[in-house]
Design a protein around this ligand. Structure first.
Ligand code: ADP
Ligand code: MG
Length: 333
């Protein structure tokens, strides 16, 4: 009750009851809210149009005002681009934008609510995932990427566990199990319990945050954006390569789920950059000892430094680790 009273009110959002905060960034706050019109819960991403700066000297104020104006221009065009791209998307692995509106000070993105929150927190909670749970997650994310790359000509460019959100598997109440009668058939085999795939675990997973996404080709003509004849080779190349950034990120996410830590890490940003550029990562013992050679092969192909050699989304789906293993039955979700 106390928290509800502390929730801010925003002009233009009277239709919604803001329940609690789900995430916040430099420019945006994301709230869980109740839509009184549809009687459904939603997520609302509130983006400040202008950054407010309190408690600073007059000189600082003048300086930051100039900076802020420049940054606001950037942020504004970004948010409108994010909305423009999200409006074109409709896929079970993509968080959908339900509506967009604005007030003098804010932009509002009303989004499909992902109750489970970030994949990131689920990795922290479970330490690492089984191969089966990792496959369950990565295949759904990859289906979203295939839709973006192959059908929409969109690259996401910010695939990471913080931007992958899930719906939890519902808890099945088992307080009063039915007492078997004399005429009952044998009980249905429910299979083994897989940690992370019981109640509260990851059901559906979807890609969120299109703040850095980009359209690389025209949806109607299926050609690169802009006048092709005058486009410089490095731009054409750039657009071809840009899809491969999502595939690299997909490899990083898969690696992280399987062992619980990212493939590239260093306290120093310079050393980290160096490692990424050289593709310096290892399947560290003992953490990787019992993980399949097939998953390591797939990761190596996603973490190829040369974007020409890196797996495309279709090669991902053709890999035995993805293709030859059974997925979890949809009925369990
Ligand atoms: P930013 O550009 O600030 O990273 P995001 O769109 O990634 O904005 O949202 C920030 C955070 O808010 C996410 O990492 C997630 O924790 C939460 N969030 C965003 N959208 C939703 C949603 N539809 N459902 C649940 N949580 C969400
Ligand atoms: Mg984000």
């Amino acid at each position: 009750r106390e928290q509800r009273n502390k929730m801010p009110t925003y002009p233009g959002l009277e239709r919604y009851h803001i329940l609690d905060k789900m995430g916040d960034g430099a420019f945006s706050n994301v709230y869980r809210a109740f839509d009184t019109l549809t009687q459904e819960k939603v997520a609302i991403k509130v983006v400040r149009k202008h950054e407010l700066n309190h408690s600073q000297s007059e000189n600082d104020k003048k300086f930051t005002a100039v900076l802020a104006r420049a940054r606001n221009v950037l942020k504004r065009s970004n948010i409108l681009k994010e909305v423009q791209i999200m409006r074109q998307l409709k896929h079970p692995s993509i968080v959908s934008l339900l509506s967009f509106s604005e007030s003098p000070d804010y932009y509002y993105l009303v989004l499909e609510l992902m109750e489970g929150g970030e994949l990131f927190h689920q990795i922290v909670k479970l330490t690492y995932f089984s191969e089966q749970l990792s496959r369950h997650v990565i295949v759904q994310v990859a289906e979203g990427i295939r839709y973006l790359h192959e059908e929409k000509g969109v690259v996401h460019r910010d695939i990471k566990p913080e931007n992958l959100l899930f719906e939890p598997i519902p808890f099945i109440p088992s307080k009063n199990p039915p007492i078997p009668g004399p005429n009952d058939e044998h009980k249905e085999d429910e299979g083994e319990f897989i940690p992370g795939l019981g109640g509260g675990g990851i059901g559906k997973i979807k890609i969120a945050d299109f703040g850095l996404s980009k359209i690389v080709w025209d949806e109607q003509t299926m050609t690169p954006c802009g006048t092709v004849g005058y486009t410089a080779p490095e731009i054409v190349k750039d657009e071809r390569y840009s899809k491969s950034v999502d595939m690299w990120a997909l490899g990083c996410v898969l690696y992280t789920m399987l062992c619980g830590f990212p493939p590239f890490y260093d306290e120093s940003i310079n050393d980290l950059t160096d490692k990424v550029v050289k593709g310096q990562y290892t399947f560290l013992s003992p953490w990787w000892d019992d993980i399949s050679a097939s998953s390591k092969d797939l990761i190596s192909n996603l973490l190829a430094v040369d974007p020409e050699k890196r797996y495309t989304i279709n090669q991902f789906f053709d890999h035995p680790w993805v293709k030859d293993e059974p997925l979890l039955p949809k009925s369990k979700l």
